[in-house]
Design a protein around this ligand. Structure first.
Ligand SMILES: O=C(O)CCC(=O)C(=O)O
Ligand SMILES: [Fe+2]
Length: 256
């Protein structure tokens, strides 16, 4: 049976199950879907991000980010829905793909506390700018879904050396194309670090160096082994484990 289900009316062809798009050769578990959203959906998402009110952006030294629905406070999320443009089409599509063909009702968030992501980070990376190797920590259920927009870049996976310090040389590299979805979880979440190099071009790309080479939409375009960075915006979907109700402190303000 074909690995992909063909769909029309503006939806991409999604894999029949995540096991069809598993990045083999990486520690458990990672999946890569090259065409998770359409070019039209990518355009709409980028326009929504650009239209967000200015105070939504947190400016770091070299890049900026948005946090939806809000920043965490003491590793807790204040209960609030994600805006509809971050729910649709991404979350319903994530939940529509079974983990394996014989578990039709399973999906990547079915074991997470809220059964779906409740938090999205929008990270914008101009060419030359990345993010230091890090772990995402204990606030989130250990499943990370990243939708890439605008440009390609490599996510580097690092291990810690026996003395506990970071091995600055990545042990694996995952190439993320625009409109793709990368799912990382389990050991990749808890045991390894991930980061993006501060470079204007990713080099040394080949089937030997890139873990998801066989799952790329267009590996031919990287045949020279190089990929010029453009501005790449990512949507990082996660389930924050602890959600705090705002309480009824202000209930006297609400109309009965
Ligand atoms: O932009 C990315 O793909 C990675 C972002 C990330 O690692 C984070 O925000 O924790
Ligand atoms: Fe991260």
């Amino acid at each position: 049976m074909a690995a992909y289900t063909g769909m029309d009316n503006g939806s991409p062809a999604l894999p029949r199950s995540l096991e069809d798009v598993r990045i083999t050769g990486l520690p458990p578990v990672a999946f890569y879907i090259s065409d998770f959203i359409t070019a039209e959906e990518e355009k709409i998402l980028l326009a929504k991000i650009a239209a967000a009110p200015k105070p939504r952006w947190k400016q770091l030294t070299h890049r900026r980010l948005q946090t939806w629905p809000s920043d965490l406070v003491n590793n807790k999320l204040v209960d609030a829905p994600l805006p509809v443009w971050l729910q649709e089409p991404v979350i319903s599509r994530l939940k529509s793909i079974p983990i394996s063909r014989d578990q039709a009702s399973s999906h990547v968030f079915c074991d997470s506390p809220h059964g779906a992501p409740n938090h999205v980070l929008v990270n914008e990376y101009p060419p030359g700018i990345g993010i230091m190797p890090h772990k995402d920590g204990s606030a989130y259920h250990p499943v990370v879904c990243t939708v890439s927009l605008g440009g390609s870049l490599c996510l580097n996976i690092h291990k810690t050396k026996v003395d506990g310090t970071l091995d600055t040389e990545p042990i694996w590299r995952i190439l993320q194309e625009p409109r793709s979805l990368l799912i990382t979880s389990a050991d990749l979440y808890t045991e390894y670090l991930h980061g993006i190099a501060d470079i204007a071009e990713d080099i040394g790309l080949s089937e030997h160096s890139i873990a998801n080479w066989g799952l790329l939409r267009d590996s031919a375009s990287f045949a020279e082994g190089r990929s010029q960075r453009l501005t790449r915006t990512s949507l990082t979907y996660r389930d924050v484990m602890s959600v705090a109700r705002l309480g009824n402190k202000f209930s006297f303000l609400q109309k009965r």
